[in-house]
Design a protein. Sequence first.
Length: 367
Amino acid sequence: MYGEVVFNKDTLYKYVTPTAIGTEYLDSSTNSIAYTKWNDQASFVHGSRKAHRDWFITNRMGMFDARYATGTYVEETSTLNWKGETNKIPSLRAVANANYYFGISSDKIALENTHAKVNKGDSWSYTNSEIPKTGAKFQLFGIKEMKELDFSNWGGFNTFNIIGNCPVLEKFVFGSMTANPNVLTDLAIGTKMPLLKYIDISNTLGGGEAGDAAAFTNLDLTGCLYIETIIAQGCNNLATINFAEGSLVKYLLLPNGYKNLYLKSLPQLTINGIHYESNASSIERLIIENCAKIDAMKLLDDIMNVENSKLARIRITGLNLKGNGQDLVAIMNRGLKGIDSTGTAVNKCTLVGTYQLTTLLEESVYN
């Protein structure tokens, strides 16, 4: 092995000098420089290629594991698993992001009976041979290369564990208004679906096996920067969706009973992109911060004046308004309270920004 100094000199002679300085060619008859030639050799620099070797070996061995259904492919940490109750023969569908192998197993089904190669862009589906018994456990393999995953024809989940990561999943259809309700305590997405663009959790209720009616009140999408569409109709216990700040949300369908509408740094979302299963009367807390395409005061007015509105606390920042002040008076007369920057409830409504009055208000109006 050569020392590090030799390697550094070798790099200079082979790649840096021909690219940056050029190579001089002599005229043998005059012994003077005939011409200088520049060659772009920098693009050939590969270093030790250790990162490439690690990547190649890991992925190649992973592909062998997937092909022969062994090793890390069948470890529980690389799968999804679930239990539930349904009154029909269930099925699911997945689309491959790359050439890979998908399969499913259960108490009655061996993986080798469903294990199959799926080419990039092709769809793979599984239909159970019978109505599963209540509490039957299923396990899905190959999730690391699934681009789309559709459970809309399954339904009835009471346990759903996203154990492995779904690093390339873009579309996740979890629920359906035509399938059995999913009765869960949690759907732990977190950072396990970083490229997710579309999610449908329709008909997913609180409850769980313990019968806790307050369960499944929160959906955590803080690890989904690319999320564009969220459909949550029929999720009547869902109270809060936590978005990643800066995410690309464009369409939002909220369920009846939804309570906390927190919109922070959502640059693509507009008022027309926010939809309700029936109306916005159930919203109790509203936060709008750094949402360039949302007319915050218009959204506030829409929610505040809907019939039977339960709006109690607001926080809106970045305001730059001009008017006679009657809109502020209406908010004050409504008795709305506020939320500070940490999410803590405060006694006065929180409107942050500037307001240029075109008419001077009597002091008695605001004191």
